[in-house]
Ligand binder design. Structure first.
Ligand SMILES: NC(=O)c1ccc[n+]([C@@H]2O[C@H](COP(=O)([O-])OP(=O)(O)OC[C@H]3O[C@@H](n4cnc5c(N)ncnc54)[C@H](OP(=O)(O)O)[C@@H]3O)[C@@H](O)[C@H]2O)c1
Length: 318
């Protein structure tokens, strides 16, 4: 076993989807993995995987987080990596979200990572460890019906960049992994809340909401696998396969690099080429918006020179 990968890593939300895949991926490579779950059945399933220790922990409950810290500390191996993965993917028009729903999605997706990070920080400082936050391409993009979800993921961007800036000199490096669509149960887990919000829409949004409900409540087409799946790309045109959800394993590969590379990147964009194009186009459009103001307006040539300067600096670092 590689001594680096033997270091213990805790991942939140290991019962399903990305968290479960990352837990298995790390365990297969020799890591001791603590995976958080919220019920006995998930604990029993996770406990069957070699090198994985299930921990009961809801990231909104400080008492459970404190108990998890005690368990990890008393095991005596310390903690090298914290992967903040647990999250909710609820959707809906902004006008239909109640304050309670908005507070809850921030409680899980933003305050959860903040609570976990602060609780485990003494162990991470002691090990000169790593923090990996699972953000989303929704931390860069914002679109209709994804409002509060993308607000939480934008917050995770700022949170991770601040963690990197504050902790780097103390030997702890933070990264954010930004997946596009990944084939998991996130849609099913948020289905009830999402449907309730579209049902709650009032005039003038009623007709638009009914169209979305028609889609949300329709049975899935027979040929579609229930989990989405990334299908057989060879049988389809590139653009079709590029728009399908990717396998969670591509997220695990990025998490592994963020944990164990000697020079982990701050941002890991993960997904299809189509999704990557969408993100880069959005960033360039934002750059041009920011550049379009009376006090600060680079010419096209100055923008290209700026790009060259940053490219050279990056190459020097690598
Ligand atoms: N799937 C995608 O397309 C996609 C894309 C970009 C980013 N992401 C991000 O990836 C992460 C994982 O999502 P996923 O797609 O794997 O969804 P998922 O299959 O629904 O998994 C979500 C996990 O979070 C856990 N969780 C929910 N609330 C929790 C709480 N209060 N305390 C502790 N754990 C809690 C769930 O546990 P229970 O089983 O107990 O509910 C589950 O283990 C999320 O942060 C999500 O935003 C997903």
């Amino acid at each position: 076993m590689d001594h680096k990968t033997a270091r213990p890593v805790l991942i939140t939300g290991a019962s399903s989807g990305i968290g479960n895949c990352v837990a298995r991926y790390l365990a297969e490579r020799g890591c001791l993995v603590y995976g958080t779950v919220r019920n006995d059945r998930a604990a029993a399933d996770l406990g069957k995987i070699d090198n994985v220790v299930p921990l009961r922990c809801d990231v909104t409950k400080s008492v459970e987080i404190a108990a998890a810290v005690r368990t990890v500390t008393s095991a005596g191996h310390g903690l090298y990596g914290l992967v903040n993965n647990a999250g909710l993917g609820d959707l809906g028009m902004l006008s239909t979200w109640t304050d309670e729903e908005m507070l809850h999605i921030f409680d899980v997706n933003v305050f959860g990572p903040h609570r976990m990070t602060n609780a485990f920080l003494p162990l991470l400082l002691a090990s000169h460890g790593r923090i990996v936050n699972i953000g989303s391409q929704g931390g860069i993009l914002a679109k209709k019906y994804y409002g509060p979800y993308t607000m939480t993921k934008h917050a995770i961007e700022a949170y991770t960049e601040t963690l990197r800036a504050e902790l780097e000199e103390y030997g702890v490096l933070a990264s954010v992994v930004q997946p596009g669509g990944i084939a998991t149960n996130i849609g099913e887990a948020s289905h009830t809340g999402t449907v309730a919000r579209f049902e709650r829409a009032e005039a003038p949004f009623r007709e638009e909401a009914d169209a979305i409900l028609g889609y949300l409540l329709a049975p899935p087409p027979a040929e579609q696998s229930p989990s989405g799946g990334d299908g057989d790309a060879t049988a389809e045109s590139e653009s079709e396969s590029n728009r399908k959800p990717s396998s969670p394993e591509i997220v695990a590969v990025a998490v592994y690099d963020a944990l164990f590379s000697p020079t982990p990147k701050l941002h890991y964009l993960v997904g299809t080429r189509w999704e990557g194009d969408r993100v880069l186009n959005t960033l360039v459009a934002k750059l041009l918006d920011e550049n379009d103001n009376p006090r600060h307006n680079y010419s096209r040539e100055q923008l290209v020179a700026l790009l060259d300067k940053h490219t050279a600096e990056r190459e020097k670092r690598e």
